[in-house]
Design a protein. Structure first.
Length: 356
């Protein structure tokens, strides 16, 4: 029986990077009888209100046909789907994950495939801070304290999420990983781990390309700039602000923002200690005997935004613009000095970047 791996995220655990990695290496995958079906933002269209666990999921008409066609081909011994949407809505505490699992079971039941569910989990405090950051990136303008009050004490219970999928697909078919620096030492670790899960031979893995940096986050000062600006700008202008800040004031990979004070962090994570222990004992198989790394002593909280920090953000933008203009100027000079057919080719390539 051929295999189908359904990677359901969760959010903020490198899902986009995995999807990019699978996409740019699809030829290598096919040579090893592995088919990656690219994610669609509307893999499942969600129509739900907050708190509605029985929300209505509308299956896209072509999903079943795509999977059926892929499963019939003899050279597709392994099929891979990856979409963080399949774990449910993070802003609703994943209460809709059971409905999604049932929908996916209905889609895959007739395919005669052995189905495995891949899940990456992040320690709840880091996940919550990262989720807040992403919402500011997306145009929200409220502060962290307000965001924290919106949630109860059990929304990010990973044990409940895993159980919802295990009820439908079987606990023995759940593959649970920790998105934590205790297990992922660098930016490429996630690719190696995922490749090992879906059965990519090590000698083939060495040939795989690594994606460019994606989903670039802001520095903390840039984030505060965006949060303030989001109150006043249109949706179109918010997207422009995001592009500008990502290119000029980006943060480092695995860099976390300390929104919680140390005491608030301990209180927040304590709500999930029991459920995390259940995940460790029932779903997580690793010799380290830990699901996540221990809490570290971090700066109590962000020191605050001020004129000096705003000035630095603005100057970073100006420096980035200057560098880009210098680059465009060099390209422009090169194009002008080129001749004939070569000049026309360059004009077509760079028309969207340069003015002629």
């Amino acid at each position: 029986m051929n295999k189908l791996f359904i990677h359901i995220g969760t959010y903020k655990t490198g899902s986009t990077a995995i999807q990019e990695w699978l996409g740019i290496n699809s030829d290598y995958l096919k040579k090893n009888d592995i088919l990656y079906i690219p994610k669609s933002e509307n893999f499942l269209r969600r129509t739900m209100d907050r708190g509605d666990a029985n929300c209505n999921y509308v299956e896209l008409k072509n999903v079943r046909q795509i999977l059926l066609k892929a499963a019939k081909k003899k050279n597709n011994k392994t099929i891979v789907i990856s979409s963080e949407h399949l774990s449910g809505g993070p802003r609703f505490g994943y209460i809709d994950s059971l409905t999604i699992a049932k929908t996916m079971k209905d889609i895959t039941d007739s395919l005669n495939l052995q189905v495995f569910i891949i899940v990456y989990l992040r320690r709840q405090d880091n996940f919550f801070e990262s989720l807040y950051t992403e919402l500011i990136h997306s145009g929200e303008a409220y502060d962290f304290k307000f965001f924290l009050k919106e949630y109860g004490s059990n929304e990010f219970n990973w044990y409940n999420l895993l159980n919802n999928y295990a009820r439908i697909f079987g606990k023995e078919n759940m593959i649970v990983r920790s998105y934590d620096k205790l297990y992922l030492k660098d930016s490429e670790s996630i690719y190696k781990d995922f490749g090992d899960i879906i059965g990519i031979p090590p000698d083939i893995m060495n040939k795989f390309k690594t994606p460019e940096k994606i989903n670039i986050g802001y520095s903390r000062d840039a984030l505060e700039t965006a949060r303030i600006c989001n109150k006043f700008y249109s949706e179109k202008d918010k997207k422009i602000v995001r592009i500008i800040l990502q290119s000029s004031n980006s943060k480092n990979i695995f860099e976390n923002y300390p929104y919680f004070t140390q005491e608030e962090r301990k209180q927040f994570i304590s709500k999930y200690c029991e459920s995390n222990d259940k995940v460790l004992n029932e779903y997580f198989v690793n010799h380290k005997g830990k699901l996540f790394s221990e809490l570290e002593n971090v700066a109590d909280i962000y020191e605050g935004f001020n004129l000096e920090k705003l000035t630095k953000v603005i100057m970073n933008i100006e420096i980035n613009n200057y560098r880009q203009n210098q680059l465009n100027s060099r390209l422009l000079r090169f194009i002008i000095n080129s001749e004939g057919h070569l000049k026309n080719i360059f004009k077509k390539i760079f028309r969207h970047k340069l003015k002629f």
